[in-house]
Write a protein that binds this ligand. Structure first.
Ligand SMILES: [Fe+2]
Ligand SMILES: [Fe+2]
Length: 199
C-alpha cells in the first residue's frame, strides 16, 4: 500500500467523529493542496502528507494546540514508516505553519500551499457552512457568529500566499460579503424596536 493511502486510512479512522475539522475537511484540503502543488511544481508527497495530517491533532481533546499534536503524530508515524528525515521535517514544518493562531511562518512552498488550502476551506459557501456548524457546537447564536466572520473569516483572503489561492479566495470572500449583507438585512427586518416588554 502506498504511504499516502496508509496514512489516509489512519486519519479517516481517527477523524471520523470530528465535526467541522474532520475527515471531509481534511479531504477537501488534500484535494485543493494537491492541485496547487501540481500547478506550482511543489513536492507533492510533502504537500499530500502534510494536508492529510494537518488536523489529526483535533482527534485529541485537551489544552495543547492541535497543530503541535498533529506535528508530533506526523513525526512518529513517518519515522515508523521509514520516511527520510528531510521529508519528515518538511511535513512537520507545513503542519505547524498551517495554523492561524500558532504563529509559525510558512517559509517553504509546500507549507504555503497547505496553509492556502486549509484557509480556502474556511471561507466561501463551505466556510459559512462550517462556521455555523462550529457555532452550533459552541452554542453561539447568529449575532456572535457574525462577529467571528468579522474577526477571522473576512481576513483570510489577505493571508493567502499563492496567486491561484488569492484568486479563489477573492471569489469566496465576495460570496461571504453577499451572504452577510443579506443576513444583516433579514435580521433588521426581524427587529422589534417599539415593544420594550419583549426586549
Ligand atoms: Fe488546523
Ligand atoms: Fe484544517
Amino acid at each position: 500500500m502506498k504511504l499516502e493511502e496508509a496514512i489516509a486510512r489512519r486519519v479517516r479512522e481517527m477523524l471520523k467523529e470530528v465535526p467541522v475539522h474532520g475527515w471531509d475537511h481534511t479531504l477537501r484540503v488534500y484535494a485543493i493542496a494537491k492541485k496547487l502543488a501540481k500547478k506550482y511544481k511543489a513536492d507533492e508527497l510533502i504537500v499530500s502528507i502534510a494536508a492529510l495530517l494537518h488536523d489529526i491533532g483535533r482527534a485529541y481533546k485537551g489544552k495543547r494546540h492541535h497543530a503541535l499534536i498533529s506535528a508530533e503524530i506526523a513525526k512518529e508515524w513517518l519515522e515508523d514508516e521509514g520516511v527520510p528525515k528531510e521529508i519528515i521535517n518538511a511535513v512537520c514544518k507545513a503542519i505547524l505553519a498551517h495554523s492561524f493562531s500558532l504563529g509559525y511562518e510558512a517559509d517553504t512552498l509546500e507549507a504555503k500551499i497547505v496553509s492556502d488550502a486549509d484557509k480556502l476551506d474556511a471561507i466561501g459557501a463551505i466556510g459559512i457552512a462550517r462556521c455555523f456548524m462550529e457555532s452550533t457546537l459552541r452554542k453561539r447564536g447568529i449575532s456572535v457568529t457574525i462577529k467571528h466572520f468579522n474577526e477571522k473569516l473576512l481576513k483570510l483572503k489577505d493571508l493567502m500566499y499563492t496567486e491561484e489561492a488569492k484568486k479563489m479566495a477573492l471569489k469566496r470572500h465576495k460570496f461571504m460579503l453577499y451572504f452577510l449583507s443579506q443576513l444583516k438585512e433579514e435580521l433588521r427586518e426581524a427587529t422589534i424596536d417599539d415593544d420594550p416588554q419583549l426586549l
